[in-house]
Design a protein around this ligand. Structure first.
Ligand SMILES: C[S@@+](CC[C@H](N)C(=O)[O-])C[C@H]1O[C@@H](n2cnc3c(N)ncnc32)[C@H](O)[C@@H]1O
Length: 264
């Protein structure tokens, strides 16, 4: 029996096969990137993962798949897009292809511009059932004389109008990475490839509501699970490495619960 609000050490395909269909509201995850890192003997089966994720995701549920490409002999692998096509062939909509821009990135190339982003594919099972759009402040707001539509006389009239204080964010999200950026939890850096807590938070708030089940099938240091727990979601995680599962469990145990405004 799978208990929620737990992290398990297992292969994610075997784990998902034990889950009921239409079980998970939101998945936020990041697979191993090509063979950039050598995780303890993982076997990566993208088509089986996509197939099982489709089965366990509720109708209207979302899978956020964060991934970057390796450069091999001067050639980008485009594994990210091959994986996205696999998800599409399993029945998911490619709802959006978002960019995770890194504020600080040390990996320079001598003959190309410094890469500063990864993809965040947003796959959905049908139309997303939840979208709580995140907003950002506008540069100009308040009342201003605004250009109104030109009529046949060609005169550009201005009328007093109100500019909004906030607008919905674009689909390029920027985060600081490294200690203090991705997280303040030193223990998380026992894992070589964590994503920022704020990235997990922004997706969790966007595509799920309190009480929903948020899943990470390759949870590494437990970023998604920790942030889901802190925002009053249920979580479920697994990773093939016992070492990372131990890190994730310790991290979650010492994480303070956040009181979010919508729970007051
Ligand atoms: C990019 S890392 C995820 C990092 C995570 N997002 C975080 O913030 O810590 C990918 C993880 O996938 C795990 N992994 C690889 N193959 C797996 C499999 N078949 N089943 C479960 N986990 C797997 C690796 O052990 C690794 O921790």
């Amino acid at each position: 029996m799978i208990k929620i609000n737990e992290i398990y050490c297992t292969d994610c395909v075997d784990f998902m096969k034990k889950m009921k269909k239409d079980f998970v509201d939101l998945t936020v995850t990041s697979p191993p990137y090509d063979d950039l890192r050598n995780y303890n003997g993982y076997v990566f089966k993208c088509d089986e993962i996509a197939k099982e994720l489709f089965r366990i995701t509720k109708k209207g549920g979302v899978v956020v798949w964060v991934v970057g490409d390796k450069i091999k002999n001067g050639n980008k692998t485009l594994t990210s897009f091959k994986q996205a096509l696999t998800f599409q062939s399993m029945g998911f909509n490619v709802h959006d292809v978002m960019i995770y821009k890194k504020k600080n990135t040390p990996f320079m190339r001598s003959n190309a511009y410094t890469n500063c982003y990864e993809y965040m594919f947003v796959f959905s099972k049908g139309s997303p059932k939840t979208f709580n759009p995140l907003k950002e402040p506008t540069v100009r707001n308040g009342y201003e004389m605004l250009v109104s539509n030109k009529k046949a006389d060609g005169i550009n009239k201005k009328v007093l109008g109100k500019l909004n204080k906030e607008k919905v964010k674009t689909n390029i999200w920027e985060y600081a990475v490294g200690l203090g950026g991705s997280t303040k939890d030193k223990i998380a850096f026992k894992h070589p490839a964590i994503f920022p807590e704020n990235l997990a938070k922004d997706h969790i708030l966007s595509w799920s509501n309190q009480g929903d089940l948020v899943f990470d099938p390759m949870c590494g240091s437990g970023t998604t699970c920790k942030i889901a727990m802190q925002h009053q979601r249920n979580y479920l995680g697994c990773d093939i490495s016992q070492e990372y599962v131990d890190v994730a469990k310790k991290r979650i145990k010492s994480a303070p619960i956040q009181i979010s405004l919508d729970s007051l």
